[in-house]
Design a protein around this ligand. Structure first.
Ligand code: ADP
Ligand code: MG
Length: 259
């Protein structure tokens, strides 16, 4: 046993990928979706993952979420954290009220009823849906449904949020509002966020760091820090400049593949 520790491990909220490879299928039908992807996300960091359609963004997120297994390499989550995952579709239970939807993870965690009630109320306040607890999902707008999904994910009390194009189906105005809300919740709770989008402006608006994946197989080909002070505006010149640079890189990459 060596008494010296070189790397601090098990830091809550950290996400580390070490040479992660994913192959779907076998033999002649095998598809290399991710090729030796290494990435360190520090606790509290907001990282946006950008890349062309089919480059492996969802694959990467699903591996981190533990929904699927990597073919090679390793994924380390600080303190064995179980991340929360959010998709473009809010995937709410249509027969349950908003309150009951948010309560599901709390029930699964075995919280007593009174505590669940208090937590649900607090979470609905957090996403500005305090007055909508008794509604059902079909009575809400798309943006409101995504807020419910966010509240339900926050109910997991996990420090790591994985988001796969969560606002991709929303109109620009609604998305803009949800960016502000997500940023507020992220900073208040000190969350670590890994956010997938193909919208470069959205990435520049939200990220501390933008990571660009190549077309299949997905490899990290470029990354940049976004040092624009918060709060940010998606239509500000600083964000536009960064978005333009990412778009250029993305174009070059897609062009290289003759798509
Ligand atoms: P993205 O989210 O960036 O659009 P995905 O991660 O969904 O990309 O997919 C990456 C590649 O892996 C694509 O070529 C896709 O067709 C392939 N793929 C994804 N899931 C599967 C699967 N379950 N079986 C076979 N191929 C898959
Ligand atoms: Mg995807």
């Amino acid at each position: 046993m060596t008494p010296t520790t070189t790397t601090p491990r098990g830091v809550t909220g950290s996400v580390a990928l070490r040479g992660v490879t994913k192959v779907y299928g076998q033999g002649g039908n095998a598809v290399l979706a991710l090729d030796r992807v290494s990435l360190d996300v520090t606790p509290g960091e907001f990282v946006c993952l950008v890349g062309a359609s089919g480059c492996g963004k969802s694959t990467l997120l699903n591996l981190v979420a533990g929904l699927d297994r990597a073919s090679g390499g390793a994924i380390e989550l600080g303190d064995g954290v179980n991340p929360g995952l959010m998709f473009q579709e809010p995937a709410l239970f249509p027969w349950l009220t908003v309150e009951a939807n948010v309560e599901v993870p709390l029930k699964l965690r075995g919280l007593p009823r009174a505590e669940r009630r208090a937590r649900v109320a607090e979470l609905l306040r957090t996403v500005h849906l305090a007055d909508f607890g008794r509604r059902r999902p079909h009575q809400l707008s798309g943006g409101m449904r995504q807020r419910v999904a966010l509240a339900r994910t926050l109910a997991l009390d996990t420090p790591v949020l994985l988001m796969d194009e969560p606002f991709g189906a929303l109109d620009a105005m609604t998305r803009d509002i949800l960016h502000d809300e997500l940023e507020r919740i992220w900073s208040e709770r000190g969350l670590t966020v890994l956010f997938v989008t193909h919208n470069v402006r959205e990435a520049a608006r939200l990220a501390d760091r933008i990571i660009l994946l190549s077309s299949r197989p997905g490899r990290i080909i470029w990354s940049t820090r976004v040092d624009v002070p918060r709060p940010r505006r998606i239509d500000s010149p600083e964000i536009a400049t960064i978005a333009a640079e990412v778009t250029d890189r993305l174009r070059t990459e897609v062009g290289r593949h003759g798509q």
